[in-house]
Design a protein around this ligand. Sequence first.
Ligand code: 3UK
Length: 509
Amino acid sequence: PSLQFPAQLNCATELLDRHVAEGRGDRLCLQAEGMRWTYAELQAHANRIANVLVKDMGLVPGNRVLLRSANNPMLVACWFAVMKAGGIAVATMPLLRAKELTQMAVKGEVTHALCDARLAEELKRAQPSCPLLTQIRYFNGTPADGLEAAMATHPATFDNVDTASDDTCILAFTSGTTGEPKGTMHFHRDVMAICACWPPHILRPTPDDIFIGSPPLAFTFGLGGLVLFPMSVGASAVLLEKASPPDLLAAVQRYGATVLFTAPTSYRVLAQQADALRGSTLRKCVSAGEALPAATRALWKQATGIELIDGIGATEMLHIFISADEAHARPGATGKAIPGYVARVVDEAGEPVPANTVGKLAVKGPTGCRYLADVRQKQYVKNGWNLTGDAYLVDDEGYFHYQSRTDDMIISSGYNIASPEVEDALLLHPQVAECGVIGVADAERGQIVKAFVVLRPGAEPTEAMVTELQEFVKANVAPYKYPRAIEFRSTLPRTETGKLQRFRLRDKP
Ligand code: 3UK
């Protein structure tokens, strides 16, 4: 990919205005419940909001703007308005509470906010603790007398700020499971770099594709998959405020979606609706956020005939850096470093380890980790390599196989056991809907493997089932990895981004 960017670059000019300037303004850009916007309509909305930000709210380039909304077209218009005005978008997950919003606003020195009126309450509770945050406008309210009323007083034209390609435009907070949220900074050129690397080489979308998916736009997986990537090729996206598996399935059918982005657990649930999925319009399905179990890949292929595209990405890296297209998919492997990136597996000293040896994943490319004022920068980036905190091995053919988060390795009687490997084995059992595996302290063995299992409807959580599952795992992986303890649950704790929260299983054993 060409990763040479001019000194001055504004990603809104490239991803939005360029389409209108080149005569594609009438093409469909965004759809949502009762809404269809062309590229020209999105541009007009973004321009009016940019005028409100600059002329009414006093925004100057470099100001940080908190965005708070479920996935909908106004959120996208707000995001582009911030880019156009040379601001920095601080997108936040809809489920966050005042406490977390305060942490992010204070740490991010946020001065402005654009917020969906239906999510106003927590932001209003946060504002008194955020002295710099003085300018807030609400949208999507009834009546639409907030941001929309202000927009109506401004023209639908705006001269984008002539930003430098290495001006920060995104401050993305990690969906971190523990500790203070970490803010990661990304430049205008980083946005263009992720559009130049993964989509043309792995996804290969066309301008007629209709993208759909569940990840919030505040999660960079969602921002890329549902806004940046479709717009980079002039395609369109469907935005869903609610994207549980049934909502997603209904929307795929209703809108004739062709490219789906969601997390492994969601694919697992969706695959049960094989009837509804057969002969659907879907042609490309992307999984990221956590490891894709081989059993889930197989279920999806059975239900739809489609080979999933797996990819590991991170907020620190902005998007996906190891992946494989359908033709190169290997069950149990994430893929190889995508064009533009290099990846390797290293030991504690940062030296590459031999093939088939577990070590730490190290990656570099056009994007990388820039924590906002955080001492953990030195742990994530060493000698120019980004250490993602994942344990991986590379096989003889150069494919990267995910093992676990480095701090999720279970050590039992001297054996290293990766939680996802045990989870994968359990998921092959027809009665297992979901599961999570952790290590729990044990006097004799140091740690033992414990599994939390959600059974499929109709299956009984009995002692006999415990034994059956234990024997099943022993038959599928090295017997010492079998879960000595199994507890049945009705649900498992997950983040808004679909990640299993193993630490919460550990807290409440
Ligand atoms: C894990 C995976 C195995 C891995 C993300 C795509 O997930 C994203 O970003 P986060 O900052 O988390 C990063 C961590 O999540 N992970 C993600 N994808 C996979 N593990 N296989 C995968 N396919 O531990 C990684 O270090 O929330 C994913 C695009 C953008 C993103 N921000």
